[in-house]
Structure formats: structure tokens, C-alpha cells
Design a protein around this ligand. Structure first.
Ligand SMILES: Nc1ncnc2c1ncn2[C@@H]1O[C@H](COP(=O)(O)OP(=O)(O)OP(=O)(O)O)[C@@H](O)[C@H]1O
Ligand SMILES: [Mg+2]
Ligand SMILES: [Zn+2]
Length: 479
């Protein structure tokens, strides 16, 4: 099939169809299992690939078929050069039959397969049937196939592929070794695009490729088609601007700046950004989804660091994440993501998308910059735990106390803690210790069991409020 178009321009998705398992981007769970099966010789009779468009179902079916019938494989990879490999790649192998079930879904269409199964392969090890869009096969067609699927001769393999796994009958699925292929991560698409641009001698910045990959939403074929279009439109250089305008996306820099404004509580920047995006006709729903993804990455970064495998980011994005991760503790970012998730949900129904986004982002910026009660408690506990001396003095300074009072601080603050704590917060040990040296430990244990009365007390606590106002904040119950 690929060979027919060689004289004309070959579309990038066709030209760069991976030829080996190694070449396939993502889908490691599938390639690993298939390679193991080939290595150990324990190959199932029927395979089923399920997944969205353009992520490698047909590609993997063909690679697997080649690997099964290749006469000189390199390890388990097909050589791509032997007669069998070449014929499969060009759709001319008589032992590998591809059926497009979208247009051939009747019993009559599968009957030749059932008949062909009885004859050994002509010139290869296996007779392989690849049935694409198999969810389109009629019930009668499936029924006709059922027996063959159950007990195929040892030289027969079936590979089914479909975008609609839920439409498959359970009786069929249970006879297959099933693989669910995933959308490909944006940064993996960027790497592939970058490799292809190198081969094609196309100039494109990483941000331009990132914009294309973001627009493709996990589909490699879509990403390659978009790149093709942009090259046709612009020639040898593709800019971020071009790619962004095709998809109505906000640039990486602008998106990150907006996230930064939320993290630092910069309301003016937030409002200006939303205004700019709205006037430029940017896709606000995508903006919301991408902001969400950014904050999710931020939490992953804070939790696991730059090497985290779950981090879906290009090196430039990782750089920003590392800077922004310092701006705000995860507990607050969780609250921001709650707001954003809610926003994504409601965006479908609200009348004024712009106003709704403005308000939500302002609220998010507040959440990001106001300390939570848990954080305050932790800070106070740490101050107390650090004992007397300069730190204790620091606490009293923040409380607006005089130096004279500061020297009494340890006893005072422990006493306050003791009397304010609900019964049972101080363990028997704590109460048995008149000096209160165990109090910080008791508070540590007590913290998770914050009753609403205690919450109220904390909110109204003049010391805490004093401490915070000196830091430029205030106690707000955002629960
Ligand atoms: N995982 C991948 N790695 C590298 N390239 C890929 C991958 N998936 C898809 N492509 C590119 O996209 C093109 C189309 O992929 P493929 O035909 O395998 O998609 P598909 O999953 O079968 O989609 P459809 O459901 O539309 O049939 C390939 O020729 C290749 O260029
Ligand atoms: Mg396909
Ligand atoms: Zn070969």
C-alpha cells in the first residue's frame, strides 16, 4: 500500500509508519508482551488491539505479522527486507490477509477466511488474518467465525483491531488476547516529530512541535498529518505561532505565565491574560484542560521530582515546573485542581465562559496564596518544637509580644495548647508531664483529628491571626 504512492509526495503518517517494535512510540505494554511471546514461542492464536485512532493498531498488527513470518528476523524484530516482510509491507503477501470490516462486514465476507484457514500457508510459517475495524462485523459474521477462532489450526493467527472495544461481544473478547492501546503522551509525540523534522530537513522549534502534539491530543497520525499540512502551508520552517493558530491553543509560555499568576495571586495578570485569550479566539475549554494538566504535573513534580515517569512534560516544561514547584505547597495545589476540575465540568453549561473562567481562576489564585489551617498548625508546631531561644523569640515577635514576654513563651504556649486542646488530645503521657515537654508530640498526634470546634478555635485564635498578619496573610477557612 505504501509503495503505490512513491512517485508523488508520500504523506508523513505513511512514510513514517514504524517498521519494528523498537520504532513504535509508547505502547510499551503491548510491544513488550508481543516480543516476549515471540521470544518464548508462546504466541496466542487470536489477538485484539483496542484503542483510539492513529495510535498504532494497524502498525502493530503489521509488525507482528512480519515478525511471525520473517525469514531472517533480527532477534524478534522483522528484518524488513526478506520477501515476506516486503510483501506484507506492501499488502501483497498471500499468507497475510487484511480485511477492512468497515466495508466488508457480512457473512459472505468472512466465508473466504473460514475456507482459507483449512489450507496451510503457501510460503510462510503462518497464515495471518488481520481484521480492522472488527466491531463492524455483523453478528452473523462473528457467529460464522466463532468456531474457527476457538480452534484454529496451529499455523493460523488472527489479529483484530478496533477503535470501539465496548461494541465487541464478550464471547469474542474472551477468545482473544486483548491489548488496550493508549493515547501517546505529548512529549513522546514531540520527540517523534522532532526526529521526523530532522529527517525531512524542516526547521521547527520544540515549542512549535509541542503545539502540534498538544493539538493532536495523543494521536500520532493526527500529529503527523498536522505537521504535513503546516509544511505544505509554510515550507521548510514551522513556527509555534502557525501551529497555535491552527488549533486555537495558547502558547506554552502564556499558559505557564497564567499558572504562575495563579500561584502568586497576581489577579491583574490573570484578568489580562483571560481577556487576551478570549479576544484572540483561543479555545477556552482546551485552556482549562491544559491548565489542569499543568497543575497535575506540578503535583507530580513536587511529589516525585523531575525524573518521575508520570511527568508528561518536555524539558522546557520541566524547567518551569521546577521553578513553580517552589511557589506553593501541594496541599494548596490540590485545592486549585479541585477548582479547575469543577470548572472543566461546568464550562459545558455556563452562558458566559469568559466570566466563569475569570472568576474561577481568581478563586484559584486565592486558594493558592492563602495558607491552610493545616499548614499553620504545622508551622506553629515546628516553631514550638524548635524549643526556646531565638526561634521562640521569633514566634513571640510575630505575635507582637514584647521581649520580656518572650522569655516566658515556652510555658505560656504549652499551657495554652494544653488548655485549648480537646480532651484526649493530650495522651496520658502528655498530661503526666507537668513541664509539657511532650506537648509538641501530643499535638503532632492530635493534628489529624481536627474537630470542628477546634477548627473554629484556630480560626479565631488571636495569636495565629497576629502571626499571619505579620506575614501578610490571614486565616481563612476554605474547607
Ligand atoms: N505508536 C506509534 N508510534 C509511531 N508512529 C505511530 C504510532 N501510532 C501511529 N503512528 C503513525 O500514525 C500512522 C497511523 O497509525 P496506525 O495505522 O497504526 O493507526 P491505527 O491505530 O490503526 O488507527 P485507526 O484506528 O485510524 O486505524 C502510522 O503510519 C504512523 O505514522
Ligand atoms: Mg488502523
Ligand atoms: Zn524479514
Amino acid at each position: 500500500m505504501e509503495g503505490n504512492e512513491q512517485t508523488a509526495h508520500v504523506a508523513l503518517p505513511l512514510k513514517y509508519r514504524p517498521m519494528t517494535f523498537e520504532d513504535v512510540v509508547g505502547q510499551e505494554h503491548v510491544t513488550r508482551t508481543l516480543r516476549n511471546a515471540l521470544e518464548s514461542g508462546r504466541v496466542a492464536n487470536v489477538y485484539l488491539f483496542i484503542g483510539p485512532r492513529g495510535i498504532g493498531k494497524t502498525t502493530l498488527s503489521r509488525i507482528f505479522a512480519k515478525a511471525l513470518n520473517c525469514t531472517s528476523p533480527k532477534g524478534v524484530e522483522p528484518c524488513g527486507e526478506c520477501e515476506n516482510c516486503v510483501q506484507i509491507a506492501t499488502g501483497r503477501s498471500i499468507d497475510v490477509v487484511e480485511l477492512d470490516a468497515a466495508s466488508h462486514n457480512k457473512v459472505e465476507d468472512v466465508r473466504p477466511i473460514i475456507e482459507a484457514v483449512q489450507f496451510k500457508p503457501a510460503s510462510s510459517k503462518y497464515k495471518i488474518f488481520i481484521i480492522d475495524e472488527c466491531h463492524m462485523l455483523s453478528n452473523a459474521a462473528w457467529n460464522a467465525l466463532l468456531k474457527t477462532l476457538e480452534e484454529p489450526p496451529p499455523y493460523v493467527k488472527f489479529i483484530f483491531a478496533t477503535t470501539e472495544g465496548d461494541k465487541m461481544l464478550a464471547t469474542i473478547v474472551s477468545r482473544c488476547q486483548r491489548f488496550d492501546l493508549r493515547r501517546i503522551q505529548t512529549h513522546q509525540i514531540v520527540s517523534r516529530l522532532s526526529y521526523i523534522c530532522g529527517k525531512e530537513k524542516i526547521k521547527a522549534s520544540d515549542d512549535a512541535l509541542l503545539a502540534i502534539a498538544r493539538g493532536a491530543e495523543g494521536g500520532m497520525r493526527d500529529a503527523l498529518s498536522s505537521l504535513d499540512q503546516l509544511i505544505a502551508f509554510k515550507g521548510g520552517e514551522v513556527t509555534e505561532e502557525d501551529a497555535l493558530s491552527v488549533f486555537g491553543l495558547v502558547s506554552r509560555g502564556e499558559l505557564e505565565a497564567l499558572a504562575g499568576a495563579i500561584l502568586t495571586g497576581d489577579a491583574a495578570t490573570i484578568l489580562q491574560a483571560v481577556d487576551r485569550f478570549d479576544s484572540a479566539g483561543k479555545n477556552m475549554r482546551r485552556l482549562s484542560a491544559e491548565l489542569m494538566a499543568h497543575f497535575r504535573n506540578l503535583i507530580v513534580f513536587q511529589t516525585l521530582g523531575a525524573k518521575a515517569s508520570g511527568l508528561e512534560a518536555t524539558p522546557d516544561q520541566v524547567k518551569t515546573l521546577s521553578e513553580q514547584a517552589k511557589l506553593c505547597p501541594s496541599a494548596r495545589i490540590f485545592k486549585v485542581t479541585d477548582l479547575l476540575a469543577d470548572m472543566e465540568d461546568k464550562l459545558r453549561y455556563v452562558l458566559s465562559v469568559r466570566t466563569f473562567i475569570e472568576m474561577t481562576l481568581l478563586k484559584a489564585s486565592r486558594v493558592a496564596t492563602v495558607a491552610t489551617i493545616e499548614e499553620l498548625l504545622k508551622a506553629v508546631r515546628e516553631l514550638k518544637a524548635s524549643g526556646g531561644g531565638s526561634e521562640t523569640k521569633g514566634l513571640n515577635d510575630l505575635n507582637g509580644s514584647s521581649g520580656a514576654e518572650a522569655s516566658n513563651a515556652p510555658k505560656d504556649s504549652n499551657g495554652t495548647e494544653g488548655s485549648n486542646a480537646p480532651n484526649g488530645l493530650k495522651g496520658p503521657k502528655g498530661s503526666a508531664d507537668p513541664k509539657g515537654s511532650e506537648a509538641p508530640k501530643a499535638a503532632e498526634q492530635a493534628a489529624p483529628a481536627l474537630t470542628s470546634a477546634r477548627r473554629r478555635e484556630i480560626l479565631d485564635d488571636p495569636k495565629l491571626n497576629g502571626l499571619l498578619s505579620t506575614l501578610g496573610g490571614q486565616v481563612v477557612d476554605i474547607k
